[in-house]
Ligand binder design. Structure first.
Ligand code: HSE
Length: 428
């Protein structure tokens, strides 16, 4: 029986879930994989928390050097989160010859070049399935199963907190701030929810996914990012009338014109498979030249789903002699030859509040047509008698960001005529 010693750095939600899975499935892994996986040490300053999880006091440590020098430890699991001290601990473990499994998307996204260099130098494995979409096996799908493809596009709902918020807003008509408070109470959203609601978490994940998909380094700083903090229920309501669902989408595309990577709220047609991904669930929709479309769906967070990804990596690491590293030159910055598209092409939804008087619609449409924007649909809601205004909803055919931004500026600059309150991209 092959013995595998594991150390877990951090016993928070994911660390606790990993510990539970490893403890409860020990006999199962012995039988199925011929592996006796034991937790030899946990790094946790909160002793009580560790003991409450059933960890024996004798294996609780607060010293990374002790873990690195322990010959019984083969694999170090880093689930602390954030950059420091996680980065120093991971580098120390790799330099001590231990393979590392991490769920830390911020660390991996920003420093995978340094971590991978240390892993290669020390002939260690570096595994990160748990960094993206919790229990969904998307990393290994990209690094192994889909390697035969040229991947042209990857589109996903890769943040559970924002998907939970948008689903609640859409189904129950509650406001953004009400749902955030509720999500915090339920433990879905952090006390400071900015990493999720401002799209950083999704941008870290998209940087990792698109680098793997397109075989070139896509630094996080190249990902265009907009969060959901400005979303208004009014737009969700009008979107529904048009047959759309509102989602925080992460989109990566690779074409002969270049690469585009973006995270922003978007309307998608309610018939699209991603439209039915609700609550805190995640899904990733990948298009490859051979496989065509693949959609992976599941829990993107949580103790056991993310623990499942970590334990999968531990078993993979324990059963492979040779480790895979990036298929591209993993440097801090992108290859200078990489061309990024920032003037995205998209269809758009615009909501204007306009004066209800003769010629307003024709002036709006003349600004749009001057900017090479073709109108797909127009809805005019009933007149607000108090100020004699109307809500005007316009959807467009495909056009470019620059055209839309220019047209909106122009419309807004005509005093007392119409104001564009919302611009939302529509993804088909
Ligand atoms: N906070 C993330 C989410 C989970 O809401 O999806 C960890 O990445």
């Amino acid at each position: 029986m092959k013995k595998i010693g594991v150390a877990i750095l951090g016993l928070g939600v994911v660390g606790g879930g990993t510990y539970k899975i490893l403890s409860e499935h020990r006999d199962f892994y012995k039988k199925v994989h011929g592996l006796d996986i034991t937790v030899e040490s946990v790094l946790e300053i909160n002793k009580e928390r560790a003991i409450a999880l059933g960890v024996s006091e004798s294996i609780i440590s607060t010293n990374i050097a002790e873990i690195c020098s322990n010959p019984d430890i083969d694999i170090v699991v880093e689930v602390i989160g954030g950059v420091e001290p996680a980065k120093s601990y991971v580098l120390a473990a790799l330099n001590a010859g231990k393979s590392v499994v991490t769920s830390n998307k911020e660390l991996f996204c920003k420093y995978s070049h340094e971590l991978e260099k240390a892993a290669k130098k020390n002939n260690c494995g570096l595994f990160y399935e748990a960094c993206v979409c919790g229990g969904i096996p998307v990393i290994r799908s990209l690094t192994d199963n889909l390697q035969g493809n040229k991947i042209t596009s990857i589109m996903g709902i890769i943040n559970g907190t924002t998907n939970y918020i948008l689903t609640k807003m859409s189904n129950e008509g509650v406001t953004y701030s009400e749902v955030v408070k509720e999500a915090q109470k339920l433990g879905y959203a952090e006390a400071n929810p900015s990493a999720d609601v401002e799209g950083y978490d999704a941008a870290y994940k998209l940087s990792i996914l698109s680098s793997l998909s397109f075989h070139t380094k896509i630094p996080f700083t190249e990902v265009y990012r907009e969060g959901i903090t400005e979303i208004d229920n009014t737009d969700i309501k009008y979107g529904k009338k048009l047959g759309y669902s509102l989602k925080l989408l992460a989109i990566g595309k690779n074409s002969e014109n270049g690469i585009e990577v973006r995270v922003h709220p978007a309307f998608i047609n309610s018939t699209h498979p991603l439209a039915s991904v609700n609550d805190s669930y995640n899904a990733v929709y990948i298009t490859g030249d051979c496989v065509e479309d693949v959609m992976l769906y599941g829990r993107g967070a949580g103790a056991l789903p993310t623990g499942s990804a970590i334990v999968g990596d531990i078993i993979y690491c324990a059963t492979h002699e040779k480790f895979n590293y990036s298929t591209f030159d993993n440097t801090a910055n992108c290859d200078p030859a990489t061309k990024f598209i920032t003037n995205f092409e998209s269809a758009y939804y615009l909501r204007l509040v306009a004066q209800d008087r003769t010629g307003v619609l024709s002036r709006v449409s003349s600004v749009l047509s001057k900017n090479d924007i073709s109108v797909a649909q127009v809805i005019q809601d009933k007149v607000n008698k108090q100020d004699n205004t109307v809500q005007l909803i316009i959807t467009t055919h495909l056009t470019h960001e620059k055209n839309i931004n220019k047209a909106v500026k122009e419309i807004n600059s005509i005093d007392g005529f119409a104001k564009v309150n919302s611009i939302i991209r529509v993804v088909s």
